[in-house]
Structures are given as structure tokens and as C-alpha cells.
Design a protein around this ligand. Structure first.
Ligand code: TGC
Ligand code: FAD
Length: 398
């Protein structure tokens, strides 16, 4: 990839809404990304490998559990700081942000919120430093948008639980030391279990041939009569609301992350259009190019405002799941459209690894699907404003 020349757009002076601490955290992550990740990310994406060597640095800049309290090894930051970290990571690559999202919101968050003190002390400090990598198993081969239909199950065998089933499309599964797995008990109630690598009957085959999130590793979780100690059940919340609560935190991070990807595409397109000449003039002087750039910066600015406000609501404990859902959907859709327009502005160069655009575009095709597809999020907003669920659409609610 060409030198990382990123300049962050801030059309509405939104920096004035940030504290000095927020700006320091953002600059620290941005500098680390430019020095350590930007120079290698394209090579790893091309090779379809996760750059494991970034784990320690990611932990140092607060990428693992930004809001986890210091007593459990986390940095204890607020929600705006968490968002800014996600923005800076995804500015480089959605896969890097994914690594951080899963560890923070889908593994550390449930252990912190639904676990007991022994589980918190045992796992959180090691997850915060990256000594342990975690993954989150909710999706199954036949249950993606409808996780409530899951068939992975566990039986009470007296001194342990016996876990059977399979999860699919799991970020970090092949490299994970632990997995937070959602499964039904004999009464059909969903619970979270911590499954550790090395438990007999637990395997994590890798998913190959992805055209998206190539610098992030994805796999399956297969449970064949796995004996899980009773101490590994998360005791403080059960039901579908438990995994969905984790998704609230992760979707919030994605809303910020998508702005990062969009900012990178816009910044690159703006610079390229001023440097690239056709018909004797910079392509930035053509009205059709300016229309694209003007629409991009408008949409980025709207997303920045929406997401900053959501962060304030999260800090106050007032953000609803539906508000988070709206920001995830809007911002990922916005970033995907900007990536496609930016690709056009770069002409043929836009399809090469010389620029980050095509990688962002391909990555965002996963981001628009995981953590709830675009259409599922439309239906969440639809349900919130009408009070009527369109998910099952079987007429029983009328
Ligand atoms: P529904 O009947 O509406 O709700 C069941 C229970 O859950 C509660 N609830 C929530 N609680 C907390 N946060 C939320 N966001 C919640 N949404 C709902 C709800 O109140 C209810 O509680 P209770 O006490 O009444 O039982 O459930 P449903 O079966 O109709 O499904 C609703 C739907 C479709 C919105 C939900 O299932 C959904 O969000 N589906 C999308 C699935 C999804 O997002 N999967 C993500 C998998 S993880 C992933 O993709 C990681 S990618 C990682 C990366 O690399 O970054
Ligand atoms: P489906 O649910 O089969 O949906 C297919 C299509 O049908 C979509 O367009 C959807 O919008 C539409 N649809 C479904 N239901 C409705 C409805 N009621 N009304 C209208 N349209 C509907 N999961 C995890 O648990 N952990 C992870 O770490 C994880 N990481 C992932 C990493 C990657 C790279 C990817 C691609 C996925 C990951 N996922 C993970 C899975 C992800 O959450 C699911 O792919 C997603 O929830 C959608 O499920 P699905 O792919 O089965 O699609």
C-alpha cells in the first residue's frame, strides 16, 4: 500500500465537542495505526492472514475492553473514547476493528456484566492484555438473523454440562483461547458458557476463500459432547436478551468504526482527485467529481453528529437498542456507498492494493451483514416506531 497520508475530515468542527483526553486517545491510536498497522495491512489482507503481531500493540492503545474498569485490567474509558478507538482502527481496516470489537464487546462485556467475580478475575485481565483471545458464538448454520431458533444445547450431567452443536461465521474462532457460547438448556432457555480451547470434543475449523475481511480470521465452533465445568456458566443473565445486550455494545462500536472507513475513502478520493489530471485539469475540477465529494463529506458529517450524540446518550446510560441499531445501519450503509464512489474516483487505480478503497469496500460487505443485516436493522426501527414486529410476519400479533 502507498504511504498512509490520512488527514481526518472535520467539516463541522466536531473536535470542539471532544475533551482533551478524547483527542489524546484518538491521536495515540491514529499514530500507532499509521506506524504499525498501515504498512502491513494490505499484505496480510492479500495473503488472507490475521497479523497476530499487532495484538500486543492493540492492547496497549486500549483496543481490548476500552470501557472495562481498571480493577479488571481494562482502561476504564468512557463511551466516546471507545467509539474513537473503533473509528481509528476501522479507518485502517474493518478486520482490525473486528478483532477489537469481538474481544471487547462480545467476550469481555458478557463476562463483566453476566459473569461472577471469579470469572471476571480469571479472564478479564488476560483478555485486556491480549494474552487470551476470545470469540463469540451466536450464529449457527441455520440460524443467523434468527438466533432465538438456535439448536446448540447443553445438558446438566450433575457435576458438569454436556455441550453439543455448532456455530458458524465466528470471528477469531481459529485463534481463540476461549469462546463465549450461547446454547439452550433442557428447558430451552438460552445461557452463555465459557468454552476453553483444549476441552475434549471442541474444534474450531477455519473458513477459507473469503473475499471480505481477509485480514481477520473466521471459523466454526464445533461441540461434540464437550464437558463444560459448571463454573463456566455465566450466571447473571439468561434468555436471548443476554447475547443481544452484547450486540448493543458491539453495534455501537461499529457505528463509529464505519465512519473511520468512510473518512479514509473520502480523504483518499479528495487527495487523488486533486493530484490526478485528465483533459489537462485535475479531475477534482469536474462537477461530477465535486458532486461525489460534496455528498461524501455531507454524509460523513451527518454520521459523525448522529454517533457523537449516541455516545453522549450511552455515557448517560440512556441510549436505546433501537437508537444503536439505527446508527449501525445508517453508518455502515453510508460507508459502503462512499467506498463505491471513492473507488470510481480512483479509476483503475481504485481496484489495486496501492489504495485502501477496494479493501474497505469488500470489508464493508461483511460489516453490513454481521451484527444484524441492514434489513434486520430497518425492521428494528420499523418495530420501534410502529410497535409491530415484522420479523415473523405470521399474523399472530394482530
Ligand atoms: P425478541 O423477541 O424481539 O427479543 C428477545 C428478547 O431480547 C430482548 N432484546 C434485547 N435485549 C438487549 N438488547 C437488544 N438489542 C435486544 N433486542 C431484543 C427483548 O426485549 C426480549 O427480551 P424478553 O425479556 O422479553 O425475552 O427477539 P426475536 O427472536 O424476535 O429477534 C429479534 C431480532 C431479529 C432483532 C434479533 O434476533 C436480532 O438482532 N437478530 C440479528 C442477529 C445478529 O445481529 N447476530 C449477530 C451475531 S454476532 C456477530 O455478527 C459478530 S460480528 C463480530 C465482528 O467481527 O465484529
Ligand atoms: P440470513 O439470516 O440467512 O439472512 C439472509 C438474508 O435474508 C439477509 O439479507 C437478511 O436481511 C434477510 N432476512 C432474514 N430474516 C429476515 C426477515 N425477518 N425479514 C426480512 N429479511 C430477512 N456471528 C457470530 O455469532 N459471531 C461472530 O463473531 C460472527 N462474525 C462474523 C464474521 C463475518 C465475516 C461474517 C460475514 C459474519 C459473522 N457472523 C458472526 C455472522 C453474522 O452475524 C450473520 O451472518 C448475520 O447475523 C446474518 O445471518 P445469515 O448470514 O445467516 O443470513
Amino acid at each position: 500500500m502507498a504511504e498512509d497520508r490520512f488527514q481526518a475530515p472535520d467539516y463541522y468542527n466536531l473536535d470542539e465537542l471532544l475533551t482533551e483526553e478524547h483527542k489524546l486517545i484518538r491521536e495515540t491510536v491514529r499514530a500507532w495505526v499509521k506506524k504499525e498497522v498501515s504498512p502491513i495491512i494490505e499484505e496480510y489482507a492479500q495473503k488472507a492472514q490475521f497479523p497476530k503481531q499487532i495484538i500486543a500493540g492493540l492492547a496497549e492503545v486500549g483496543g481490548f475492553g476500552p470501557y472495562i474498569p481498571t480493577e479488571y485490567g481494562g482502561p476504564g474509558l468512557d463511551q466516546i473514547s471507545y467509539g474513537l478507538i473503533m473509528q481509528e482502527l476501522e479507518r485502517c481496516d474493518s478486520g482490525v476493528r473486528s478483532t477489537s470489537s469481538v474481544q471487547s464487546s462480545l467476550v469481555m462485556y458478557p463476562i463483566w456484566k453476566y459473569g461472577n467475580e471469579e470469572q471476571r478475575k480469571k479472564y478479564l485481565p488476560k483478555l485486556a492484555t491480549g494474552e487470551f483471545i476470545g470469540c463469540f458464538g451466536l450464529t449457527e448454520p441455520d440460524h443467523g438473523s434468527n438466533p432465538g431458533g438456535m439448536i446448540t444445547n447443553f445438558k446438566d450431567m450433575g457435576d458438569h454440562y454436556l455441550l453439543n452443536g455448532a456455530k458458524m461465521w465466528i470471528t477469531n474462532a481459529p485463534i481463540a483461547d476461549i469462546a463465549v457460547v450461547w446454547a439452550k438448556n433442557e428447558q430451552g432457555r438460552i445461557h452463555g458458557l465459557i468454552v476453553e480451547r483444549g476441552m475434549e470434543g471442541f474444534t474450531t475449523p477455519e473458513t477459507h476463500d473469503k473475499w471480505s475481511l481477509r485480514a481477520s480470521v473466521t471459523g466454526e465452533l464445533v461441540f461434540d459432547n464437550v464437558k463444560v465445568p459448571k463454573a463456566n456458566l455465566l450466571p447473571n443473565k439468561s434468555g436471548l436478551g443476554a447475547p443481544l445486550g452484547c450486540l448493543d455494545s458491539a453495534r455501537y462500536g461499529i457505528a463509529w468504526g464505519a465512519i473511520g472507513a468512510a473518512m479514509d475513502c473520502y480523504d483518499s478520493a479528495l487527495r487523488y482527485s486533486k493530484e490526478r489530471k485528465q483533459f489537462g485539469v485535475p479531475i477534482a475540477s469536474f462537477q461530477l467529481t465535486q458532486k461525489k465529494l460534496a455528498e461524501m463529506i455531507t454524509e460523513i458529517t451527518k454520521a459523525q453528529l448522529l454517533t457523537w450524540r449516541l455516545g453522549v446518550l450511552r455515557n448517560e446510560g440512556k441510549a436505546t437498542s433501537a437508537q444503536i441499531s439505527m446508527a449501525k445501519r445508517n453508518n455502515v450503509d453510508m460507508a459502503l456507498k462512499i467506498a463505491r464512489e471513492a473507488r470510481q474516483i480512483h479509476g483503475a487505480m481504485g481496484i489495486t492494493g496501492e489504495y485502501s478503497i477496494m479493501r474497505h469496500m469488500a470489508n464493508l460487505e461483511s460489516v453490513v451483514t454481521y451484527e444484524g443485516t441492514h434489513d434486520i436493522h430497518l425492521l428494528i426501527t420499523g418495530m420501534d416506531v410502529t410497535g409491530l414486529s415484522a420479523f415473523k410476519n405470521d399474523g399472530t400479533q394482530f
